[in-house]
Design a protein around this ligand. Structure first.
Ligand code: WTA
Length: 656
């Protein structure tokens, strides 16, 4: 974000103030309390928002410095009980889930009473197939109600779910199943998105050929198209659910027992299994959902994120259901059957709170206002965004065109690791500045530091770190404590290193500038450049590869791959093959937007690739390449520039 752009700030729409949960004064007082006396603050919230089987003995122990933080020590609870059972007394007939299928005519609703029944039955199915407390269950399902039933059934019996996004390839699925040592996989015959069918069961069959621990696969019938069922291993979900006992008491779990593992990309190596524990996560997401989305009883809430990502976990499932809300689950995509899809769904179900990603907003804005203006969106009272920085002009379009200038926007900054939102406006409290995630949430102390770990102020950009422990933070990387410590705590000891760059303006507003490491965000999907490079290196002709991100108007960032081939081979056919291989290894979300064949990569004398230079050249910023004196062979840069210019000229020529 350019600091010199003049940003207009927006007051909270007056109608909104009439009903908001927290105003500015309350925010300031509560925030002060939350960071001065975190123990007292979180104890109050934990009592208010969560039902406990037995209370904690100590509110927290340890610290970020010692890396041994634990919250609600000794408390007993169950996440599924908090999302479902405790609402039954008052909400048995209230809709818990509105499901909207990919096809506009395909939809259904599930009440809290029905959800309870299905979860209990499915929990018994899992138990019948040998799943017990602590076992890992992989869930590779489309956005259908069974994904929520599966996640909550695991939580009910103390099994740890590991949801894998349905867009990942069999290879990525295999890596995740193996790393978490899952014993059972839940999938569907196929998924449908935008009218296209994706062969989930077939992908599972390929993935688990090399996963000896998987002994059962439960298959939901979504499309009914023919698939292969392995007699001894595969079970139909609908058959298993028949005749199974409808009672299954929730397991009394320890506050610090794991709830789930969710894989996410880092700078290096394979994706990391981020492990979240029950109590801290549940307290944090339940309470942050209530305040940040200004949730009120009866609100219809829609988060468009897939349940394969953290946003789906925290703010489609756990946060809304723990608050007794009605959450909308959408199977499809924003542009099918046409570009009005989101807005039509909002009108159809009278959605009040809508939470999506900048990439979707940019794509829909690109199609013109007419698709929005065809609908009323009268029910909306709040809009949210997550996943990447949102440009001020895109923010204004979202505010004025989608929200009719009456809905505050919460630009929520957070990560898989943080469990819940850490920086965001509170809609009834914070005057809005388009493009800024604004102020820290309760209990969160962000700092912006330089390379030496010293705090910097006054609009100066630096690395965003978090100073104090909060309940929603991950416990570890599954099976790799050392990687947890090295990734997040080594460079700035005693602080959680987020990997993002940011600056803070004179009003205390935080502006996130994007990732500072080798993680990129393509259409909001988090991908490690190292993963893509490894995939490229599996192609026989490739001898070296370096991947960087370049800005993209709709996707936010796009993948740019520099490839050195053996014997200098280069052709469009080879480009296609490289892209196909990346799709095969990771999944279609990792699409190579540009492939540039080069003679050599810029390296330091110790052999480290200088990505800073590659990033600039990819974006055609040739004038300010910074210090190139440490390069082993500085002439490589001139060749790279010439190669880049040649390719852009050819592309321009083709367009003319
Ligand atoms: C980016 C998604 C700017 C950031 C919940 C972070 C954002 C990464 C915002 C985490 C935002 C998320 N403004 N950037 N409001 N929200 N990010 O783990 O770079 O998929 O580090 O979690 O998304 O991505 P993840």
């Amino acid at each position: 974000m350019n600091k010199n752009i003049k940003i207009k700030s927006y007051k909270i729409p007056p109608d909104f103030l009439k009903h908001s949960n927290i105003n500015l004064k309350q925010y300031k007082t509560l925030y002060r309390q939350s960071i001065k006396k975190p123990g007292h603050f979180w104890a109050t919230q934990a009592k208010k928002f969560i039902s406990w089987f037995s209370p904690w003995k100590k509110i927290s122990t340890g610290s970020l410095k010692k890396l041994n933080m634990r919250w609600f020590v000794g408390g007993k609870l169950n996440a599924c009980y908090n999302c479902v059972d405790r609402h039954l007394e008052t909400r048995t007939n209230q809709i818990a889930i509105i499901w909207q299928g990919d096809n506009p005519n395909d939809s259904k609703t599930i009440t809290y009473g029905e959800l309870y029944d299905k979860i209990c039955r499915f929990a018994n199915v899992l138990k019948d197939h040998g799943i017990k407390k602590g076992d890992r269950v992989c869930i590779y399902l489309p956005m259908i109600p069974e994904i929520i039933i599966s996640m909550l059934a695991c939580a009910r019996i103390g099994a740890i779910h590991s949801v894998v996004f349905g867009g990942f390839s069999p290879e990525s699925l295999k890596t995740r199943i193996l790393d978490a040592e899952c014993r059972l996989v839940i999938t569907a015959d196929e998924s449908i998105r935008g009218g296209k069918y994706i062969p989930l069961k077939k992908n599972v069959d390929i993935a688990i050929k090399k996963c000896p621990k998987v002994h059962k696969v439960i298959v939901v019938k979504r499309t009914g198209n023919p698939i292969t069922m392995h007699r001894k291993r595969d079970i139909w979900y609908h058959e298993a659910m028949m005749g199974v006992d409808a009672k299954c008491p929730p397991k009394k779990m320890d506050a610090n027992d794991p709830l789930f593992i969710l894989y996410t990309s880092g700078s290096t190596g394979n994706p990391k299994g981020v492990l979240h524990t029950i109590a801290g996560y549940m307290v944090y997401v339940t309470m942050s959902f209530k305040y940040i989305f200004d949730f009120h009883d009866g609100d219809i809430y829609w988060c468009t994120a897939d349940l394969g990502w953290i946003t789906g976990h925290s703010y489609l499932l756990y946060g809304p259901l723990a608050n007794g809300g009605t959450t909308l689950l959408f199977e499809g995509v924003p542009n099918y059957p046409n570009f009005s899809r989101y807005w039509e769904i909002i009108d159809k179900y009278k959605v009040n709170i809508f939470y999506t990603a900048p990439t979707a907003i940019r794509a829909l804005r690109h199609e013109g206002d007419k698709w929005v203006n065809k609908t009323s969106r009268k029910s909306l009272k709040l809009l949210g965004t997550v996943g990447e920085p949102i440009n001020p002009d895109v923010w204004e379009w979202y505010y004025n065109v989608v929200g009719n200038a009456k809905c505050p926007i919460v630009d929520t900054w957070w990560q898989t690791e943080t469990g819940g939102i850490l920086i965001s406006p509170l809609p009834g409290a914070t005057p809005l500045k388009p493009g800024s995630a604004a102020w820290p949430f309760f209990g969160i102390v962000p700092e912006i530091v330089n390379d030496k770990g010293k705090v910097i102020k006054n609009n100066n950009p630096g690395r965003l770190v978090i100073k104090q422990s909060w309940p929603g933070f991950m416990k570890t990387i599954y099976g790799d404590r050392k990687r947890f410590v090295d990734t997040y705590f080594k460079e700035v000891p005693g602080r959680y290193l987020t990997g993002d760059g940011a600056y803070r303006d004179k009003d205390g507003y935080i502006w996130i500038t994007g990732r500072e490491d080798d993680v990129i965000k393509v259409s909001g999907h988090r991908i490690g450049t190292g993963e893509i490079e490894s995939a490229l290196l599996t192609v026989q002709q490739v001898s070296e590869a370096a991947v960087v991100a370049i800005p993209h108007e709709v996707k936010g960032q796009a993948i740019f791959a520099y490839v050195v081939t053996k014997s200098g081979a280069k052709s469009d056919a080879l480009k296609k093959r490289l892209n196909a291989q990346v799709h095969r290894v990771i999944g279609p979300i990792a699409n190579l937007e540009y492939v540039q064949f080069v003679k050599a990569l810029p390296k330091t004398r110790s052999g480290k690739i200088m990505r800073r230079i590659l990033r600039k050249i990819a974006s055609s910023e040739f004038d300010d390449l910074g210090d190139t004196s440490t390069l082993a062979d500085p002439s490589v840069v001139d060749t790279l520039i010439a190669e880049r210019k040649k390719v852009s000229n050819e592309a321009k020529g083709r367009r003319q």
